[in-house]
Design a binder for this molecule. Structure first.
Ligand code: ASP
Length: 427
């Protein structure tokens, strides 16, 4: 099934571009099909983010019961996602791959009126986060109020305790339902892709800038992959300098989970392998069993980076200069959207709609990424899974550290360790 889908996607890319160049008028008249596909993606984004965040945050309630493990995990996840988004934004600001690309590539399929950018100052930024009407904010696709509302809502659920359990169960059930809907929607990708690519190629061909657009796209992809590599690298340093593990061995063991992530494009589907690898790495069972399922749903650093770089890329194409406040807005929105996405194939593509809305970029801009998303998804999933393993190893290190100190200072423990060493040799 997966391979068949891959072939369909490949065919739709080739056919879409081919038809766009050969029959531009026809493909432009068919662009409503692509718009419909984008509408369906947009439709699911908001309920998915809300239910995914509520079920993830309420599960922190359980993690909290684990004491230090919970605190270390949340700290690690927030830092790693924030660093990923930061790396992405710095690279995009440095290389500016979108500058000079034709805005028609995005606006050709746009459903929105001309793009207007809000330049945010601090007070209006805070006003956006706390609007008087949450339903109105949802209708306008404003991510920040939704995220803050879900955080407060989830904390309230946790503090209410037992009586709120049905509400928590409802939201985790809803999340599974939306994930199912996304999986169905992904079956329509080849049709949406054919129409979106065809009409975009037609517009670009009519303006003779197809080759230039392709070069800029390739530069964007290269920058994103460099960003992912940097994210991989600093976490490798964490393994070396903080946990003191042998990086080569750690990487060799992790590579099995990373290859599975590459093959499945899903951190969730990779979870059984990730758990197995954690066991091989000697990460304590308690840490691995509680942290990895949690990290799989929320620690999507590669995805968050993708949300940020894509949004900035589109802004560059549209010639929009983002003020520092707007960039902070993109930074926060990407962190939230990355954490609100689930570890399923192309989950990040759906939640990106919300980040785009935060700077008034039309959701149809996603069409530019669609042909490349399948492959980019594989790379970011690899980095997501790698991050989960590094997170588990780091938390494991901090949890065990006090015991190691006690063992080192306590002669009795030394005896016990020697005893264990000797008995294991005898066995
Ligand atoms: N496929 C990614 C994952 O499973 C999520 C995404 O970025 O779309 O981790």
């Amino acid at each position: 099934m997966k391979n068949k889908m891959f072939i369909w996607v490949l065919l739709s890319i080739i056919l879409g571009i081919g038809c766009g160049i050969a029959f531009p008028q026809l493909m432009i008249s068919l662009k409503w099909i692509g718009k419909l596909y984008i509408n369906l993606l947009t439709l699911i984004a908001l309920p998915l983010i809300f239910s995914a965040l509520v079920s993830a945050i309420t599960s922190i309630g359980n993690v909290k019961r684990l004491g230090n493990i919970g605190v270390y995990t949340i700290f690690y996840v927030l830092s790693s996602v924030a660093v990923a988004v930061f790396i992405g934004l710095v690279l995009l600001n440095l290389f500016k791959p979108g500058v000079g690309m034709s805005p028609s590539l995005i606006l050709a399929n746009a459903t929105a009126s001309p793009v207007l950018l809000k330049t945010l100052d601090l007070s209006s930024f805070l006003m956006t986060i706390f609007p008087p009407n949450i339903v109105e904010a949802a209708a306008k696709f404003e991510i920040m109020p939704i995220v803050f509302f879900s955080i407060v809502f989830s904390i309230a659920c946790i503090s209410v305790g037992e009586t709120a359990k049905p509400v928590i169960d409802l939201f985790s059930g809803l999340r599974n339902v939306f994930v199912k809907m996304i999986i169905w929607l992904m079956h329509l990708t080849p049709i949406g892709l054919f129409s979106l690519l065809g009409s975009a190629a037609a517009e670009a061909a009519l303006q003779n800038n197809l080759m230039h657009s392709l070069e800029s796209m390739l530069l964007f992809i290269l920058i994103f992959i460099i960003g992912l590599f940097l994210q991989f690298l600093w976490q490798l340093m964490v393994i070396k300098f903080i946990t003191g593990r042998n990086t080569r061995v750690f990487f060799r063991q992790a590579s099995r989970a990373m290859l599975t992530a590459f093959a499945t494009s899903s951190s969730m589907a990779t979870l059984p392998v990730t758990l197995h690898v954690a066991e091989e790495q000697g990460i304590s069972d308690e840490v691995a069993r509680f942290i990895l399922p949690f990290a799989t749903t929320i620690n999507l650093a590669g995805t968050a980076m993708y949300e940020a770089v894509s949004t900035l890329f589109f802004c560059q194409i549209l010639g929009l200069h983002l003020s520092i406040y707007s960039q902070i807005g993109v930074f926060l929105a990407s962190i939230m959207a990355g954490m609100g996405a689930t570890g399923i194939p192309e989950g990040g593509l759906v939640t990106m709609v919300m980040v785009l809305r935060s700077v008034n970029v039309p959701a149809s801009a996603i069409s530019l990424l669609l042909p490349f998303d399948r492959i980019l998804d594989r790379f970011r999933t690899v980095v997501n899974v790698w991050g989960d393993l590094v997170c588990a190893a780091t938390v494991d290190y901090f949890v065990k550290k006090p015991y190691k100190v006690i063992a080192a200072n306590n002669p009795l423990s030394k005896h016990q360790e020697n005893f264990k060493l000797i008995t294991s040799k005898i066995e």
